[in-house]
Write a protein that binds this ligand. Sequence first.
Ligand code: G6P
Length: 498
Amino acid sequence: MSEAVSSGSMIVVSNRLPFVLKRNEATGRLERKASAGGLVTAVAPVVIQGNGLWVGWPGIHLDDPNEPIPESDPNDQTPTAGLLSKKVVAVHVERGMFDSYYNGCCNGTFWPLFHSMPDRAVFSAEHWKNYYKVNQLFAEKTMSALMSLILEQKDSVATPLVWIHDYHLMLAANWVRQAAEEKDMRCKMGFFLHIPFPPWDIFRLFPWADEILQGMLGNDMVGFHIEDYCLNFVDCCQRRLGCRVDRKGMLVEHGGRTVRVRPLPIGIPFDRFVQLAESAPRVMLTTNQKVVLGVDRLDYTKGLVHRLKAFECLLEKYPEHLEKVTLLQISVPSRTDVKEYQDLKEEMDQLVGRINGRFTTYNWSPIRYIYGCVSQDELAAFYRDAAVAFVTPLRDGMNLVAKEFVACQINEPPGVLVVSPFAGAGEMMHEALICNPYEIHQAADVLHRALTMPEDERTLRMNYLRRREKVHDVNYWMKSFLKAMGSLIEEDGDEVLP
Ligand code: G6P
C-alpha cells in the first residue's frame, strides 16, 4: 500500500452500500444482507482498517430515514462484517426521485449509451434533473462524512481520500471539492468508472454531455478499466470542452487544474475463488456430458440472444455434439423494473423453448437455463467443471466471469475460455479464444474449436491465463488505485501539461 496515503482516510462513495438492508418480516427489524462482489472484498478492509466511511444507498426505502442502521450479525464472516454502523452513511432518496435517477437516467440512459447502444437509450430532461439532484444529495452526505472524518482524525497528517464509483455518480465530485475548498479542508478525489467510456461519436449524443465531463473532471484522478476508455474520455474532453490534453501522459487540463486519467483494470479475489473451487462439491450434469457455461446478469449488453443462436448453430453445423454437449446458462435477474430487461427476459424464455423444442431427445436437452441466483459454492463448482466458458458480451467494461472461471479451473486438464473482444477482459486475456458474438457462424466455429482443443494446448493457455489473474487480482487493483492517488498527494497536484 502506498505510504503517502493513509488508508485511515478513505471515504468510498457508491450508489449501493456494500450491503443491503432488508426488513425481517417476523421481527420487524432491519438486517444487513452482505454483498459478495470483488469490489467490496477489496475495498471494505481498507475502509474498515483505516477507520474510513462508506456513503451509499441502503437498497430499501424507509418510512423513517433516521431509523438506525443495524450492526452486522455476530456470525457474519463477510468482508463488511467489521464495518460499524457509525461508519456507514446511508443516502435516502424519495422513491419517485430514486426511480427516475436509477431506472431512468442511470439504467435507461447511461447504461445503454456508455455500452455504445444509443438506440436503446432514453433521453429525458426529467430523469436528468433527478440524476442531478441525487448526485447533489450524495455530495452533501459525502461532505458531512469528510467533515466528521477530519474532526475525528484532527492530529493526522494524512490527506483524506474520497473515492467515487461508477456512472451513477459522475456529477458529485465538484460539489464536494468546492465545499471542501470553502471550508479550507484538504482532500484528494478519485473516480473509477466500472463500465466502458464510449467514443466521442456516441458520447456526444447525450444532451448534457458537458456537465458529465465537467463533473468527472472535478476529481484529481479518473480511472477506467482499459486504455481505450481512457483515450475516449480524453478525446471527449478535448473535443467537447476544448481542454488541453496530453494523450501520452494521460492528462487533461481543466479550470486551472490538471486531472490524471489512468487505466486500472480490475481483478478478482483470485485465491478466494481457488479455495471455493477446491472445496465445492460436484454439481454438474451427467459425467459424460461436456458443459458450455454462461453466467451473467440478465442484461442486453451480455449478448445472451446471440450466444443461444451461436449454440444452436453449433448443433446444426457440428452434429457430433448432439447429446454430448449442454449449454448451462445462468441468468441472474437484474433491473427488473426497466422495460428493456423485461423484454429480454421474454425473448430468452422463448428462444430457450424454441431451441430445446427443436433438439431435445428423451435423454438430453441442449440448454439448461437457470433464471435466478446460485450460491458462491455452486458457482465455483460450475466454473471448475465446465469444459468451456462462453463469455460473449456485445460490450462490457471488464467482465469478471471470465476471470472467475479461470481462477476456478483447477482440474487437470483444464477447460477453455472463449471471450468477446468487446469486453475489457478480451483486451487483456490474450490466451483465450477470441470470438465476435455478432458473427453467429464464426462464434459456432470458435465454440467447436474450444470443445475439440487438444489437452496440451488447453493446459498451456490456461496456465498463462491463471498466472496473470493471480498476480493482477483485486488487491493489486486496489493498490494500483492507492498508488495513483498516493503519488498525486506526494506531488500535491504539481503535475502540469508541458
Ligand atoms: C454493473 C455496474 C455496477 C452495478 C452492477 C449491478 O456492474 O458497474 O455499478 O452495481 O452492474 O447493477 P445494479 O443496477 O443492480 O446495481
